[in-house]
Design a protein around this ligand. Structure first.
Ligand code: ATP
Ligand code: MG
Length: 507
């Protein structure tokens, strides 16, 4: 039985019991008086009947008659209890008690059970079970209450599913966003850190969440920033370098206090963006501008200097004039090459630059390249040896591929002693042609290899500049090979030579 019904039923039985007990008490008081009166009346009746029949009783007989009618034992002088009457009364009372109990139980079941049902449902709802419903098959007085509770439960369930969907969406958003997010509660404890943030510091969630930010395994600079925001109660932005497993990264960190409408302090939110790539690009841009200016300044200074000397009178000395003009001519040639290379590089790097791809025989490409640099090769008296697989064809832009090998062959000639050999090899390797240019020149130190394909990067600046180089050749090579979907690698030993291996997809 449900609590309310049980309570009401017990209370009812108690009240009923008490009422009946009261009734019994009253009856117990009134019964002897009534019985005595009845005995006297009956004795009177008997005496008058006997009188009518001609029998008269004296006082003693009359007293005995009364005693007998009253049920007083002549031997003991005590009155016999009215057992029959008492039994009947007890049965009547018991039946009345039971009947009213049953009747009440039925009533309670009808009117109170729905309330118990609704109470149970509301308690379930309070525990968070929004699927709970009050089931009631009968029509009746409490149907309105039951349907109201069920409507409330349905609304709660709908609200809960909306809340769940929203929190799931928010969790996914925070978890997958490309920025770090850290939330600190009003008690300075870390309430939340998203996966980006955790990954940056190589920590797991339990190491942060629930801990005071001051004791968390976070960089001192970040803790200082949060401290400052807590003291000043205003947002702050800082750029900080952090060391992580993949090397040092630069972060733009924004920390702001979270304050509610009434000015109450709720905590601090920290948002962190990885700007490592941005910083690198900025450095590349600055380096590029510095490099270009530097490269341009050298020939321009020299042209200016020699032309000034000529104007100052040297032009009247034919031999000197010829020598100086020769230098001016050479330097302006260098300027032209530099500008052409820069323009070429910017053209290649420009978005939308496309190659004119077609089937090209590797042999033809290499022959054209050698022809282009033949002057320089002869100057250096280089000895060429070939090993080119027959009919090796690649998918390439012929002119651009020639440009790649012209650069590599020119380098091989420029950075080798005269009279040494260059070996050219082209063989199929999987789904690509592997073309290598090997020289026996000065070689490249290992520490320079990773940066070799950067714009303006030169191993030995003085020597390279003497050779007329700008440091853009290999940058152009790398770009062009990448655009072909290929790759370029270099192996080198200082003093014994280098080999550049270009892979271009087969046609
Ligand atoms: N075959 C090689 N042997 C030794 N060093 C080389 C070789 N090829 C390139 N290098 C080194 O790499 C640097 C970069 O080469 P890259 O071709 O990009 O520029 P460069 O030859 O100096 O100028 P250019 O733009 O005129 O080609 C060179 O300065 C040189 O130090
Ligand atoms: Mg070069």
């Amino acid at each position: 039985m449900k609590p309310l019904r049980k309570k009401l039923f017990v209370s009812f039985l108690l009240i009923m019991g008490l009422t009946l007990a009261g009734l019994v008490l009253v009856l117990a008081q009134l019964l002897p008086v009534y019985l005595e009166h009845e005995d006297e009346r009956a004795a009177g009746e008997v005496v008058s009947l006997l009188g009518e029949k001609g029998i008269s009783l004296d006082a003693a007989d009359r007293a005995e008659l009364e005693d007998r009618l009253a049920g007083i034992d002549p031997g003991t002088g005590k009155k016999k209890p009215p057992i029959g009457f008492l039994m009947t009364a007890a049965v009547v009372f018991a039946m009345a008690f039971i009947a009213s109990g049953v009747l009440y139980y039925k009533m309670a079941d009808r009117y109170v059970r729905p309330i118990d049902l609704v109470t149970g449902t509301v308690l379930d709802l309070a525990k968070g079970n929004y699927r709970a419903r009050a089931e009631w098959g009968e029509a009746g007085i409490q149907v309105g209450l039951i349907s109201a509770v069920n409507a409330l439960a349905r609304n709660l369930q709908d609200m809960e599913s909306i809340r769940e969907a929203e929190s799931e969406r928010l969790e996914t958003l925070i978890g997958h966003m490309g920025s770090g997010l850290l939330m600190i509660g009003r008690d300075s404890e870390i309430a939340m850190a998203n996966s980006f943030f955790l990954n940056q510091f190589d920590v797991r969630e339990p190491a942060l969440v629930g801990k005071s930010y001051k004791a968390a395994p976070l960089p001192a600079s970040l803790i200082r920033l949060i401290d400052a925001v807590q003291i000043e109660e205003r947002p702050r932005t800082e750029q900080m370098d952090i060391s992580r497993s993949g090397g040092t990264g630069t972060m733009a960190v924004y920390a702001a206090p979270v304050i509610n409408k009434n000015g109450g302090w709720l905590g601090i939110v920290v948002v962190m963006h990885d700007i490592t790539e941005l910083i690198r690009l900025e450095r590349v841009r600055k380096d590029f501008v510095a490099n270009v200016s530097h490269e341009l300044r050298t020939p321009v200074t020299s042209i200016k200097g020699f032309s000034e000397t000529l104007l100052d009178g040297a032009m009247y000395d034919t031999a000197t004039a010829e020598q100086f003009l020769g230098i001016i001519h050479r330097e302006s040639g260098r300027l032209e090459t530099l500008i052409e290379d820069l323009l070429d590089l910017s053209r290649i790097e420009k978005e939308g630059f496309t190659l004119e791809l077609k089937s090209v025989r590797v042999g033809d490409v290499l022959r054209q390249a050698i022809e282009t640099v033949s002057g320089r090769l002869e100057e250096q008296n280089m000895k060429l040896s070939f090993h080119i697989a027959d009919s090796l064809t690649v998918k390439a832009d012929e002119n651009r591929l020639v440009q790649v090998f012209v650069n590599l062959l020119a380098n091989a000639a420029a950075y080798s002693k005269p009279g040494t050999g260059i070996r050219i090899e082209a063989i199929p390797d999987g789904n690509a042609a592997s073309i290598s240019i090997e020289d026996h020149g000065i070689g490249i130190p290992e520490e320079d290899l990773p940066r070799l394909f950067e714009r303006f990067y030169r191993v030995d600046r003085a020597r390279s500049r003497d050779s007329g180089g700008t440091g853009l050749g290999l940058a152009i090579v790398k770009h062009l090979v990448d655009l072909h979907g290929g790759s370029v690698q270099v192996q080198s030993t200082v003093g014994s030579g280098s080999v550049f291996i270009v892979r271009i997809p087969l046609a």
